[in-house]
Ligand binder design. Structure first.
Ligand code: FES
Length: 113
């Protein structure tokens, strides 16, 4: 896996959730291809969590609505709270998240390749 810088640390405040996209070059057989990934960063007083927007039900992509502080899944009505916990609908587990770290003023997310 690799650590990827996704956002300057100063661009996210405590209790804020922010969608960020980043591109990684992945070897695919003889070719290298660029994949774009999206994660939702949420900053807490003591840490930053990077939520994977893949619904834990059947893999649709959830969307965060800041005014409701909830993630909504368009496929079967799954709802997650701002901490990734299931609020309602069929998802069996909270949203997955990736390891993060802050270094040199940047937020890094760890991706398996
Ligand atoms: Fe998200 Fe079914 S895939 S609720």
């Amino acid at each position: 896996g690799t650590w990827v810088a996704v956002l300057p640390e100063g661009e996210i405040e405590v209790d804020q959730t922010k969608e960020v996209s980043f591109t990684m070059t992945v070897k695919d057989g003889y070719q290298t291809v660029n994949h774009t990934y999206t994660v939702y960063l949420r900053r807490y007083a003591d840490k930053i969590v990077a939520f994977d927007p893949t619904c834990t039900h059947l893999g649709c992509r959830v969307k965060y609505q800041a005014d409701k502080s909830r993630y909504f899944c368009p496929c079967h009505g799954g709802v997650f709270d701002q901490d990734g916990k299931v609020v309602s609908g069929p998802p069996p587990r909270p949203l997955n998240h990736y390891a993060t770290k802050i270094e040199n003023g940047q937020v890094f997310v760890y991706r398996e390749v």
